[in-house]
Design a protein around this ligand. Structure first.
Ligand SMILES: Cc1cc2nc3c(=O)[nH]c(=O)nc-3n(C[C@H](O)[C@H](O)[C@H](O)COP(=O)(O)OP(=O)(O)OC[C@H]3O[C@@H](n4cnc5c(N)ncnc54)[C@H](O)[C@@H]3O)c2cc1C
Length: 400
């Protein structure tokens, strides 16, 4: 230990206050297990960061059952279908009919985080914000050392001693790179495009999401509230928002989303950003007493709206495993953590890849590929079995 560090202790040390880290801390608290969260950014930054906005039924159920679903129940927009638009026609995938009555809920990631921060801090939860120089020690499986997280916050140095570390610090975090080289297998594919996303102050022009396949590239209409539209355009992976003045964005959205008799309403754009797209998984999601969860372990392209939901699904597996350990000393569920999560992760990877491949214009695209994509879209919108596959994956597969 660094002599200048203050030593603190918790049963579980959590790196990252995103959906995975905060939800884990909340679930553990409900079971009487103490955790400390170490977050690199400020609370305000985390609560204002515009990201995901679509919750699977299982995520909604978890938020409600764990006592933080009041605002979600009031403000969440429940959807029982999505629309696929191609060749100027619109086809609805009906979740009520095809996915056993389950649906999805539009509720922004910022609000999920606000609800979780409130719950944790009101319950006396310890969260260190603006943490710098975060390092991990004692995670190697064979050495029998105790894990610890070292960091600086508010001008002071800390050593957080714990039994387990949950690496919930996203794709660019410190947890995954702290694992010794060669211990993880990496599976990755990058896509030759990115998404330009905007938030616009205008009521959504559709009551359900519209996924548009178009010769100029993919477009998506979604929403964050009855007054706020969220829209996306396929763009170059290394594109710059400076290339996208508002007029060009609306012009492109009008072309790609066009459908006879339907009007896309425009409004002031209050946020824009570009996200490159990749699929990424590490195996296993565990190294000694370090457990990776959420984007720290896997990334999906956003076409299937799965990133946040997958992060929450991971900690839904990790929390009971830790509960079992503290109740009985058994590591059975902890040892199964990675395998259990990866089964779901790969199914979600497959679905996200499939949606992406069906709807986007690929650089190496050719007439054959375009015909094949249209055949796929025609099949999905005319075969009940194919539509059912889309619907049940979209609303979320049950936990194994
Ligand atoms: C720009 C963008 C847009 C997205 N849009 C969508 C979408 O429309 N739909 C969808 O489903 N998904 C979307 N996603 C994905 C979704 O937001 C993520 O999958 C989800 O946030 C994952 O949650 P997480 O808790 O695993 O990681 P994160 O939300 O990334 O949280 C990780 C936390 O760890 C913190 N951290 C990082 N490094 C450190 C460190 N060294 N020490 C301490 N803390 C650290 C970060 O500040 C962050 O708060 C988007 C992602 C991005 C980046």
């Amino acid at each position: 230990m660094n002599s200048a560090s203050s030593r603190i202790r918790s049963q579980v040390g959590i790196i990252g206050a995103g959906p995975a880290g905060l939800m884990l801390s909340h679930l553990l608290h409900l079971q009487g297990i103490d955790s400390v969260v170490v977050e690199a950014r400020s609370r305000q930054y985390c609560e204002e960061r515009v990201r995901a906005g679509l919750l699977e039924q299982g995520t909604v159920d978890l938020l409600v059952e764990s006592g933080i679903g009041e605002r979600l129940k009031r403000e969440g927009l429940v959807h029982f279908g999505i629309k696929l638009r191609f060749e100027g026609r619109t086809h609805r995938i009906d979740f009520k009919e095809l996915a056993g009555g389950r649906g999805v809920t539009i509720y922004p990631q910022q609000k999920v985080l606000q609800d979780l921060f409130n719950a944790r801090l009101n319950a006396g939860g310890r969260i260190f914000f603006d943490a710098a120089t975060v390092t991990l020690e004692g995670i190697a499986p064979s050495r029998g050392e105790k894990p610890a997280i070292h960091f600086r916050s508010d001008g002071a140095a800390y050593e957080l001693a714990c039994d387990f570390i949950a690496g919930c610090d996203g794709f660019h975090g410190v947890s995954r790179p702290s694992i010794r080289a060669g211990a993880l297998s990496v599976f990755q594919t990058n896509y030759p495009f990115g998404w330009l996303g905007i938030l616009a102050e205008t009521p959504p022009s559709s009551d359900e999401l519209i996924y548009a396949h178009h010769d100029r590239g993919f477009a998506l209409l979604t929403m964050r509230s009855p007054q706020l539209s969220r829209l996306y355009l396929q763009c170059e992976p290394d594109d710059d928002v400076k290339n996208w003045p508002d007029a060009r964005i609306w012009e492109e959205l009008q072309s790609r989303l066009a459908s006879k008799g339907w009007v896309l309403t425009e409004g002031p754009i209050i946020q824009k950003g570009i996200t490159p797209m990749s699929s990424f998984v590490v195996e296993p999601m565990q190294f000694g007493n370090l457990f990776l969860a959420g984007d720290a372990a896997h990334i999906v392209p956003p076409t299937g709206a799965k990133g946040l939901n997958l992060a929450v699904a991971d900690v839904q597996v990790l929390a009971p495993a830790l509960v079992e350990f503290y109740a009985s000393g058994k590591r059975g569920l902890l040892d199964q953590y990675s395998e259990k999560c990866l089964r779901r992760v790969w199914k979600v990877q497959r679905f996200s890849w499939w949606m992406t491949a069906m709807l986007h214009l690929f650089k190496a695209d050719n007439a054959f590929d375009r015909r094949r994509q249209l055949a796929e879209l025609n099949y999905v919108t005319s075969s009940r079995a194919a539509a059912q596959t889309l619907a049940e994956n979209y609303v979320g597969l049950p936990l194994d």
